[in-house]
Every structure is written in C-alpha cells, then in structure tokens.
Ligand binder design. Sequence first.
Ligand code: TXA
Ligand code: MG
Length: 303
Amino acid sequence: MGIVKKAAAHLRSGGLVAVPTETVYGLAADASNAEAVAQIYRTKGRPDFNPLIVHVPNLDVAQQLGTFNSLARTIAEKYWPGPMTLVLPKTEECKVAAAVTAGLETIAIRCPKHPVMRNLLNESELYLAAPSANKSGRISPTTADHVRESLGTDQLMILDGGACEQGLESTIVAVREGGYQVLRPGPVTKEMLIELTGQQPIEVSDAKIEAPGQLANHYAPSKTVRLNVEQAGPEEYHIGFGDVPGDLNLSETGDLAQAAANLFAFLHFADSAEQSRIAVAPIPENAMGRAINDRLRRAATRS
Ligand code: TXA
Ligand code: MG
C-alpha cells in the first residue's frame, strides 16, 4: 500500500498524521472524530480554547462547513488552493467535533495546495483538522525533522515532503458583515487583499483576541530574541538579512519570500547553536515582511 493510502486509513481509524503543506507541517486528524481531535490537543499541549483550522480539498466541500458571502467567495476563488484561511460563520449542518471550533460560532477553513496534503484529503475523504505540528507556543515546523524534534514518538506517523515552500503559516482572514479582518498576517499580504477586494481591512483591536494563536508570546524559542540588530554581541547568534550578513543570512538579496521560507528553520537552528541568545537583523515592514515581523515580535516576547 502506498504511504498516503496508509496514512488515510490511519486517519479514518482515528489516528494522527503529520503532513507537509505549502506553509508549515500540520498535525492532522479527522475533524468529525471528537476523540481524534482531543488527541491533537493532548499531543500539542494546546489550550482547549484555541480552535483548529479545518482543511478541505475544494470550495464545494468548504461550503458544507462555512457560510460564504460574495466577498468570501471572491477571496477563496483567487487564493485557493493556497496559504489562505477563511474564518466564516458555521453552517447548520457543519459536521465537525465541537472542540475543533472551541465553542465559537465561526469556523476556520483552508484549502491547501501541497500535493501530499491534497492527496491525503482526496484519499481519506475527511475534513482534516490540522494545527501546526509543534508543541503549543513553540516555533512552527518547516521540515519533517522539526516535527520529529518537537512531537516525535514511535507512534506518530510523519509524511516527509521536504522543506515547506512558504515557511510561514497561512494568512487568516475573518469575513464579517461589511468587510474583512486580517487575524494573522501571512503569505497572502494585506496589499494583495486590498487589490483583490478594493476594500481596506477592518482593524482588529488588541482588546479582542479572537485567534488565541495570536497571543503575544507565541513562537517562543527557548532563548531570548533581540530584534532590529545590525551588530550582534559575542553571546548572540545573529540571523542576518540583506546587507546585514549575520551568522546565517535569511536572504542576501533582501528577498522577503526567501526570508520567510528560511525564518523558522533558522530560528530552530539558532535555538540549538552554542550562543546563549539570538539576535535578528531589521526586516522591512512591508508585504511579506509584515508577516515575518509579526512572528519575530512574538518570538521576542517573553511571557
Ligand atoms: O498554514 C497554516 O495555517 C497551518 C497549516 C498546517 O495549515 N496551520 C496552522 O494552524 O497554522 P494553527 O493551529 O497553528 O493556527 C490556527 C490559528 C490559531 O491562531 C487559531 O486561534 C486560529 O487559527 N483560529 C482557528 N479557528 C478560528 C476561529 N473560528 N476564529 C478565529 N481564529 C481561529
Ligand atoms: Mg501554530
């Protein structure tokens, strides 16, 4: 039996599978199976008020779970399959376990592009709940080795698809009456959304955190992280960008997409280097840079 067929059978019997997507590796389970979903929360050590993203193969299947208005449809038609998650009102017949949405009236839905994840969706014919495949609060995995280091046990089935192309989690957009909000910046940038919709996003107030994964101290490496550093100290492992060389350079040519693809791997590496702290060069706050800086600010915040 092919490995994907085997993984699909494992999912259908309630098991968990770590699977590559174009953004980061996910830890997948049958979203309609309450026990399998509970196992995701246990494995990650994830607080149960933090809801999961449900992955689907296409827009038709997505409409079984979420209610699409014309704005949601426009975004889905443009950016699916791809690194875009839509938060929408649940449909009445939405058949996912209650823990997936953590009691919210909305559901986060994503149609991924990575061929391994797509094969798994088609082969299993399940809605797949899949958070990033790391311990809660830690750096997201962009290689199978990262998954093994964070969650690896003999029981966990990991599909190895090499390094993830985007390297940052999907953009999360909540479609609301009268517009949309960007709950998590990602590969689909605010500029791209404004261009597509002809509308500015509605600002998200910090007072109302609706994506708990967006808590300030998410993505924490075990070492302290200092940002906007052009000259690192002797105790710091320096992650460079553009003209700031560092010990490793996210992108010598200053390419933000390349920097995003390298970011989590470099943070994982810096965390295991001999220096006791991490310093990161300045990253411009535009386009993909906004998503990179979002993750870096969280990595630099201690709880
Ligand atoms: O790229 C990605 O999105 C990856 C891959 C595996 O698909 N997944 C991922 O999942 O990043 P996770 O669990 O690490 O992040 C999901 C985020 C969390 O911040 C969660 O709070 C938010 O989505 N979320 C889920 N359902 C929500 C909802 N109904 N309303 C608001 N935020 C929601
Ligand atoms: Mg995560």
